[in-house]
Design a protein around this ligand. Structure first.
Ligand SMILES: [Zn+2]
Length: 380
């Protein structure tokens, strides 16, 4: 490939589609990590004591990829045959996987010092090797090929979570660190060349869409296992298996600009402050009557609701706060009178449904918020 025009042709996409996916990413509509990864963003990876490369490949990477693709035996058989080519400590050569044709196993060239980043890289390259064999060595377009590899990384983190949360935490920190490149500098490079596709082609422009598509498939795809297995087998038709159109459609959605909520803390005070912050952000977006309160009165009011268990925050599928409700304490089974309800991005129905589930039928809900209800009625 010489120019970005060639890249666009090879991937059977248009500049418009690519720009919409970028817009969806930049408007923060697309997730850039999974909730259990985003939670670890502030923790630098510790130096962990990993076993040797072969042990990691056979006991961590292969089972995780096997579960991702629904065929542990087939994945294990491929992993056992791949050749490993150590790259030593010279960082000049980047890790990669070579396809030597049908009669030879793929070769994984990799640096290995036993860090979490090395293990993540091993999962990435092993996923390339499996995609090569499952596609019968047919050339897969680079964005699709890198999506497979990033799916391998996510599968590894998910795979080790159950048995080794600390190791999963280190892998998650390494993943987030990699995003600085894949969803930072490489996005800027992609933006630049899409403005003028006569630019020379560089491999790095494949990574942003692959990264985002992997996250999208891993988290949101229905029949995930089958879809991802089909992608690994698709060879030259790989792009048909990526959800780029679905991702681009998110560019048109009303934007919830709030970040994903972190997972619950072990400490009650940490959770209380998080909840207060989420409610304050939602109120700032809504610009409702709460703005007229002093900070002290506002804080006291919200805190009192949390202390009496009369506040609820609704999160969307991306774990972002979409709204909240507060109500007066009342007898069990008595109708619940909401005293405030906020859904600044238009997710009123979602807030109501999740609140109903939260209350588990203990109370019918009536609302009496002067700014969103003309008179008392069933909420939203
Ligand atoms: Zn790769």
């Amino acid at each position: 490939m010489d120019s970005v025009y060639d890249w666009i042709d090879l991937h059977d996409i248009s500049v418009e589609l690519a720009s919409d996916v970028l817009l969806a990413h930049q408007s923060r509509a697309l997730p850039v990590a999974l909730p259990w990864i985003a939670d670890k963003v502030d923790q630098p990876p510790r130096r962990c004591c990993l076993p040797d490369l072969e042990t990691c490949l056979n006991t961590l990477v292969a089972p995780s990829l096997g579960r991702l693709l629904g065929d542990i035996g087939a994945v294990q058989a491929i992993v056992e045959t791949v050749d490993i080519c150590p790259l030593g400590e010279n960082p000049a050569t980047l890790p990669h996987t070579r396809d030597l044709g049908r009669d030879k196993p793929p070769v994984i060239a990799i640096h290995w010092q036993g860090t979490a980043a090395d293990l993540l890289c091993l999962a990435h390259e092993a996923a390339h090797a499996i995609q090569i064999v499952w596609s019968d060595h047919a050339m897969m377009p680079p964005v699709a090929r890198e999506t497979c590899a990033f799916l391998g990384e996510l599968a590894l983190i998910e795979g080790v979570r159950a048995n080794n949360p600390e190791q999963a935490s280190d892998l998650a920190a390494a993943w987030i660190t990699d995003n600085i490149l894949y969803l930072g500098k490489h996005v800027e490079a992609l933006e630049q060349v899409l403005r003028d596709p006569s630019h020379p082609y560089h491999y790095q422009i494949n990574y942003p869409f692959a990264r985002l598509a992997a996250i999208f498939l891993f988290w949101r795809a229905k029949k995930r296992q089958k879809r991802i297995a089909n992608l690994f087998q698709s060879g030259a038709a790989g792009m048909a298996h990526l959800p780029l159109h679905a991702m681009a459609a998110w560019a048109c959605h009303p934007t919830n600009c709030l970040p994903a909520a972190p997972l619950a803390d072990q400490s009650p005070s940490g959770d209380a402050y998080r909840n207060l912050a989420m409610i304050a952000h939602l109120d700032l977006q809504a610009s409702g009557s709460e703005h007229s309160l002093s900070i002290g009165d506002y804080y006291a009011r919200i805190l009192a609701h949390f202390q009496t268990g009369t506040a609820f925050i609704a999160l969307d599928g991306l774990n972002r706060p979409v709204g909240y409700a507060t109500w007066d304490q009342t007898e069990q089974k008595a109708p619940l009178a909401l005293c405030n309800q906020v859904a600044p991005f238009g997710d009123h129905l979602a807030v109501q449904r999740t609140l109903e589930r939260h209350l588990d039928g203990l109370h019918p809900i009536a609302a009496r918020h002067p700014e969103s209800m003309k008179s008392e009625q069933k909420a939203w």
